[in-house]
Write a protein that binds this ligand. Sequence first.
Ligand code: NAD
Length: 505
Amino acid sequence: MLTKNEKLLSKELRKIKKTGIKNIIDGKLLGSSSRKTFENHSPVDGKLICSVTSGNEKDIDKAAKSAHKAFETWSKIGHKERKSILHKVADQIEKYADEIAVLESYDTGQPIRFTKKSALRGAANFRYFADKAIDAQNGLSTPDTHHVNFTMRQPIGPVGVITPWNAPFMLSTWKIAPALATGCTVVHKPAEFSPVTANILSKAAHEAGLPNGVWNTIHGFGESAGKALTEHTLIKAIAFVGETSTGSHIMRQGADTLKRVHFELGGKNPVIVFDDADLDRALDAVVFMKYSLNGQRCTSSSRLILHEKVYNKFVKKLTERVANIKVGNPLDPNTEVGPLIHPSHQEKVLSYAKLAKEEGAKILTGGTAPRGKLSIGCYVKPTLVEGVTTEMRIGHEEVFGPFLSVMKFKTEAQAIKIANSVRYGLTAYIWTKDTSKAHRLARDVEAGMVWINSQNVRHLPTPFGGVKYSGIGRDGGEYSFDFYMETKNICVAYGTHSIPKLGAK
Ligand code: NAD
């Protein structure tokens, strides 16, 4: 018997199959000028979901021109109107939340228990930045003796937003909502592995009254559509979320047009658990932060750095919990881990399990694809590995799957050394009841964001971003506005200062 989620999914799939996924330029659904399409398959069962327009340089050019034209009006629209439209976008997202959740689950393999929340998080992102739109232009007053200086912020222009496949819907709203709130217009290039929900998001925005051209969506591959977007002269900035190596490409591609960039890149985040921590809560957080969202989560703690005194007891409980995680069809509300995004990614994650053995680590549970019914999809059993050192590739490379490496430490200095031994620096999690120790570690760990005695809990006004190879720049609240806006200084004289009189008699 079909479940409610499956019924809704098949209804939505019928619609998408009929039309395929098209680009959206100036409010119109269009195929690519090359007429090329590519096929999008589900990681759940390998079945064809739909064909997708493969955008190219010409399509990006049209979209950039449309965003450039729309900038004239959108950047000047009153903030009250902008706020009202963005709230309406949030209303529409909430209206489509169930459809978004089932489609995102089938398209990406993310369990429905998370995609339901991420659709609503997307709406919350729009509401937050809608309310902040009124402050977007605010600046600073810096008076001098004979002049008064003041600053105002102005939207930078049309911007490119390039998103990955791991949480495509939520991450797109996270980037696009602040851009629109400042008065920027957008060309969005969604990931080729997960194109399905991007057009529902755009549909929601247009139904909410967003003028045509303010938000354009071009589907396609990174090397073609993505590259053309980063090189386009009318595009003033690129907000990018994805792999560190792609960030380097984008920096090179954008050099000729002096693109401003904001990068949210890879991670190999540590969770340090001391012997004096609340170990039950730490255990819950460690399991959640690695195995939620199929482990395909940039902020996940993929290295557990565990104090030697509690090592054996903690690892025993952890192994039981990981082995007990419910792997299954992502549309089943009971599923905790679904299939990974694509067969190539499944293969990559499984290759790290093989590598773990070759490097001398020990797999405590998982490390293989499940047999039987789940052998059709891109599933990987939740994997736990001990005996890992930072020199091993599994100890410092990003796996981006349900794969946790455990390391042992004795002293605080050792814990910090292990935590900082990788090239990444996105998040860090510290578990201890000793407040001074927690503060010392928070100060010394190389990460853009640190949580003490907590899993990742996002508060929208706080800065989000990484250090080292994990990113450049910060998102969230005012930080997003700094990226999407230029600060202009205006200096007004009181008429009391002297002006040098060159050439005077
Ligand atoms: P990816 O870098 O392969 O692709 C991301 C996007 O970039 C896609 O839309 C792709 O088409 C595009 N792209 C690829 N090559 C391009 C090029 N040369 N020019 C322009 N665009 C190009 O990343 P992915 O595999 O989709 O996502 C997984 C990665 O994203 C992981 O490394 C993960 O850590 C990272 N991530 C980071 C954060 C964060 O906040 N730091 C959040 C989510 C994901």
